[in-house]
Ligand binder design. Sequence first.
Ligand SMILES: Nc1ncnc2c1ncn2[C@@H]1O[C@H](COP(=O)(O)OP(=O)(O)OP(=O)(O)O)[C@@H](O)[C@H]1O
Ligand SMILES: [Mg+2]
Length: 277
Amino acid sequence: MRKLATSAIAIGNEIELLMDFAAQTAVAPEISRRERELREQHMQLAHTNRLVAMGELSASIAHEVNQPIAAGRNNVIAALHFLNRDPPDLQEVREALAAAVKDADRVSTIVCRMRALMQKASPRLDPVDINEALQEVIELTRGEALKNGVLVESQLAQGLPVIAGDRVQLQQVALNLILNAVQAMGAVGEGARQMLITSRQIGSNDLYVGVQDTGPGLSPETLSRLFEPFYTTKPNGMGMGLTICRSIVEAHGGRLWVSACQPRGAMFQFAIPARPS
Ligand SMILES: Nc1ncnc2c1ncn2[C@@H]1O[C@H](COP(=O)(O)OP(=O)(O)OP(=O)(O)O)[C@@H](O)[C@H]1O
Ligand SMILES: [Mg+2]
């Protein structure tokens, strides 16, 4: 009798477990659907953020693209001029045309980089040379920094390991941090406007990237809220830049944080694990 009762309890437990399991399997597709939707929404938001950031750069990039186009045109005119000489100065023609090709290459490099950043793609896991990725963003934002009177310096450590990650997304993080720094410094009236972009490796672990500025720094209110979605102190800000940066860095297994600089300014840093790709 007692044995029967124990068996009944055991069966009861099993049924309960089975029912739990059944309930979970019924919920599981719902959860994974929700997760998928959230991931898609996040990608859409990240893409919008990139478009907005690139939009902010459009005037300075247009200027950046116009320069080599104008230079290329001058070089071609010079080549025609040397060709019309009697006898034609072929050495000068060759040099002028070679310079025009370089100008055209410069334009196409800028356009390719812009296009890569504006494309909408699923996150990838590729080998990324972090310095090269940073250099490209520094170049894209050079005009914007110049326009705002910001002096940009970079100290990128040599011999860093290639990391596994999504190159465009990591560039998006750098782009958001650099734009924030330029905007913060653009808003202050006086004092030197300097930005320092660094990369380094500490031990054999994480790679650290830093963006330091000499802007107004962060008020206690901003400091406690700046990673919140839609928190912004800018009239035209969306307040999504840092939220997206943090979620990209965390998706790479890393961390993003900010610290105050002396005598003024802020330094945003992120660390990404240097695991081999
Ligand atoms: N380098 C910085 N110096 C001072 N304050 C900063 C700096 N970076 C960010 N902040 C503050 O944090 C807020 C949130 O930044 P975040 O990049 O998330 O949004 P945003 O720049 O306002 O808008 P957007 O969505 O266009 O990036 C900013 O509005 C600003 O107040
Ligand atoms: Mg921002």
